[in-house]
Ligand binder design. Structure first.
Ligand code: GMT
Length: 376
């Protein structure tokens, strides 16, 4: 007998960021598989299609009362979660990024009578454990919400272990890796390269929200050490403010080597045109961007931090370099820039690995099985 479709609420950050991108992709895939999916957030997640069957969006309204020095989001979010859970008879409330979503979900659940309560699934994405989990003002609340969730998942084995270590949560955490479903590029590779002003140079791509943990300073330092400097251009798809780095680019004499594009939604257009990825984070629970590049047979040079070694097999589907090592990053880039054959072999291996291990078909059934398990 085919199991009945589920009614799933999803809360995530709607703006540029890996956790919101992953949650949006998951919602889209679940709806395509016949489930009713209800997004609850302050804005419609930016990668969510404007319209799709069984995909709904419930905005959270926030009032700016003068009484409050700091606007509160957690309470209106929990009220909206409870309302949607009740009116749409949600089976599961799946929250992405613990702060404040998991706390709001636990509160929402307790506002409802037992027979109306959805099961709460919390997915940890990274800094909700590694940064906020260490913060005395957040840690105990995160720990409480994790202990009260019906299931907790982490996007890598490394993040699961860090969560146990830092938050001492005495409960099981399922590891469900990130996945990616590439959309067909809208423009040709040639058109994109032309837009970027690329001639014979190799294109190195970096995409992220540019937060300090991404170490954009190190990214630029590494690229500045690559020789010959005429052999490449670095294209940064910036989901955050690049202006603090403009002076750094100038000081390193990289003005003619760096191209920045802001808030790109069609990342596929650029990834198909890229020859190499470069990721220099000092901590990274998974690195969805490395995976996105892998799907386009684009191997990356990345720092060997956090969960990245679970995504990339060093020397096979990319090159890993110790954290903070600008010279090591530059040498690895030079190796691959000088050897298009090796780059291509590595890119193909990366693509095979991505499709086998990190596709929607490999990962989404793991979430469905988890939902069925908690729903009972
Ligand atoms: O934890 C964060 O920093 C936020 C989050 C985001 O929204 O960008 O990023 C994390 O989640 C992504 C999706 O699971 C992972 O691919 C990123 O590695 C992770 N970022 C960090 O761990 C720094």
């Amino acid at each position: 007998m085919t199991p009945r479709p589920l009614r799933i609420g999803i809360t995530c950050y709607p703006s540029v960021g890996g956790s919101g991108i992953l949650a949006s992709a998951l919602g889209e895939e679940l709806a395509a598989r016949g489930h009713e999916v209800h997004f609850i957030s302050y804005e419609r997640p930016f990668r969510l299609p404007a319209e799709a069957p069984r995909l709904h969006f419930h905005p959270v309204a926030i009032n700016a009362y003068e009484l409050f020095r700091y606007p509160d989001y957690t309470l209106p979010l929990s009220v909206k979660m409870a309302e949607v859970a009740r009116d749409c008879a949600l089976d599961v409330l799946h929250v992405h990024y613990a702060v404040p979503h998991a706390t709001a979900a636990i509160l929402a659940r307790s506002m409802l009578p037992p027979e109306r309560q959805p099961r709460v699934v919390t997915t940890l994405h990274g800094t909700d454990t590694t940064l906020l989990g260490r913060d005395a003002g957040y840690g105990p609340a995160i720990r409480h919400a994790l202990m009260c969730s019906d299931a907790v998942t982490a996007v890598s084995g490394w993040l699961r272990d860090e969560t146990h270590r830092l938050l001492a949560v005495d409960r099981s955490i399922d590891v469900i890796h990130n996945f990616f479903t590439p959309k067909a590029p809208r423009r040709s590779r040639e058109a994109v390269r032309q837009e970027l002003g690329l001639q014979d140079e190799a294109m190195i791509v970096h995409l992220s929200n540019l937060r300090p943990v991404k170490r954009i300073d190190l990214l630029l330092d590494a690229v500045a050490r690559v020789r010959p400097r005429e052999g490449f251009k670095l294209v940064i798809l910036a989901g955050g403010d690049f202006s603090p780095y403009i002076e750094h680019v100038r000081r390193l004499g990289l003005g003619d080597r760096v191209v920045v594009r802001k808030n790109v939604i069609e990342v596929e257009d650029y990834l198909q045109a890229a020859d190499l990825g470069l990721f220099t984070s000092e901590s990274e629970s998974f690195c969805l961007s490395v995976l996105e590049a892998m799907f386009f047979a684009c191997p990356s040079v990345s720092t060997a931090v956090g969960g990245i070694p679970e995504v990339v097999v060093n020397g096979e589907s990319g090159l890993l370099v110790p954290a903070g090592d600008a010279d090591g990053l530059a040498r690895s880039l030079e190796t691959l820039l000088a050897d298009p054959g090796r780059r291509e072999t590595m890119g193909r291996a990366a693509q095979v690995r991505a499709r086998e291990r990190f596709s929607a078909d490999a990962i989404v059934p793991l979430y469905e099985a988890l939902y069925r398990r908690v729903v009972g």
